[in-house]
Design a protein around this ligand. Structure first.
Ligand code: NAD
Length: 370
């Protein structure tokens, strides 16, 4: 694990805690990046190759995402070394052990992330009563089931459409990755009249200029099948999803899928980032120069964490959806206004907005430096 102090700056991290319990094979790290807005929220990532450095980067991303979303929460993240597909009893032991070891760190609220889910958060709640993303049985709002992030994304797209003279009704869109984020984004956009003309998952891609029926695609996935089994669809290699001409292109799968080597293949007017870091900064610059509007991830995909924060306050699904709509619309507009006004990339405008908010909150801390 690398030296996290190489990443330290004027915002954080506040605390880096390594947890090691040899008896149960537990190795994990918690990074509390910044708590100027309140206790940090961030997911627990479980993977065999996670590092302290990755954890610190993800924690910083949460500081910006939560501040940009106007939540009363700072940013943090934790990682657990291990294969998330290990036997359930072993996983439960690790997660219970990890959260108990961090029980005293009240500046961190556990949430789900890659390799952990609602059930894991149920175990955390049982042990230390400090988790979001809980099962419905425990009063949680199942954010992937209701499509919190896809819902927010559809509102961000709606606001952005004004900035690129696009009518959502009849707009053609493409979704890379038909999981929790992608399928709900498709559902909400299609209910506003947009037409899904291309879609992919890990098995490949399909296209149809006349559009796909979203419910049929959702039913295929619910049966454990791939979108490429859609009846009569034209199949493509997964990577060809980048070439499909459309008005809105939505990455909702893996990081770094668009880079300098392939960004010129995108033939669209608006990119809305559902996935985390799906586009490299260099490729974002190319998009900007080509006049393609590009909504950065931590603005456009904040629906999930907003839902989690509302759940933590004890409110329900209706309040969560209202908060997502209000915050996503306001923040998208603020970022795009600043980007236009200052002639800068939307990501730079978003980062400046988030940093300013964190610095404002830090003025009230005991050892502020701004
Ligand atoms: P998911 O596991 O539910 O879905 C991922 C989908 O991507 C699956 O359909 C999978 O088949 C597909 N996929 C995997 N590799 C692919 C590839 N190479 N090409 C095309 N498709 C591929 O995950 P999710 O929760 O929808 O998350 C997707 C992304 O969005 C991740 O980057 C995640 O970090 C980010 N995100 C999720 C949320 C949320 O609320 N779930 C919130 C913010 C950000």
């Amino acid at each position: 694990m690398s030296d996290v102090f190489n990443l330290a700056d004027d915002l954080g991290p506040l605390k880096v805690i390594h947890v090691h319990e040899p008896g149960i094979g537990l190795k994990g790290v918690l990074v509390v990046d910044n708590v100027a807005y309140g206790p940090s929220i961030g997911g627990v990532r479980m993977a065999p190759d996670v590092t302290t450095e990755e954890c610190a980067r993800l924690a910083r991303a949460m500081t910006f995402k939560n501040a940009a979303a106007g939540l009363r929460h700072g940013g943090g993240k934790s990682v657990l070394l291990g294969d998330p597909k290990m036997p359930k009893a072993q996983k439960e032991t690790l997660i219970r052990g990890f959260c108990c070891a961090l029980q005293e760190v009240e500046q961190y609220i556990f949430g789900p992330d890659m390799g952990t889910d609602e059930e894991c958060m149920g175990w955390v709640k049982d042990e230390i009563d400090r988790a979001v993303g809980l099962p419905r049985d425990l009063g949680g709002i199942p954010l992937d089931e209701i499509g919190a992030t896809g819902y927010g994304l559809s509102h961000a797209v709606n606001v952005a459409s004004e900035y690129c003279q696009l009518d959502i009704d009849g707009a053609r869109f493409v979704v890379q990755g038909f999981g929790a984020v992608g399928k709900h984004a498709a559902r909400f956009l299609s209910s506003a009249g947009a037409i899904l003309v291309g879609v992919s998952d890990s098995a490949g891609a399909i296209q149809n200029p006349d559009g796909f029926d979203i419910d049929t695609l959702i039913a295929l996935k619910a049966d454990g099948k791939s979108v490429i089994e859609y009846p009569g669809a034209e199949k493509l290699d997964g990577d060809r999803i980048i070439d499909i001409e459309c008005d809105i292109w939505i990455p909702a799968a893996r990081p770094d899928v668009i880079h300098e080597g392939n960004v010129d293949r995108l033939n669209t007017r608006l990119v809305a980032q559902g996935a985390n870091i799906p586009i490299t900064y260099a490729a974002e610059k190319v998009l900007h120069d080509r006049g393609i509007l590009n909504l950065p991830d931590f603005i456009a995909n904040a629906g999930g964490v907003i839902c989690a924060a509302v759940e933590y306050q004890g409110a329900g699904e209706t309040a969560a959806l209202a908060a997502i709509e209000e915050k996503l619309r306001r923040n998208t507009r603020e970022v795009l206004e600043a980007s236009q006004r200052e002639q800068i990339l939307p990501r730079d405008a978003a980062l400046a907005m988030a940093r300013k908010r964190v610095e404002q909150a830090m003025r009230y801390r005991r050892w502020h430096i701004f």
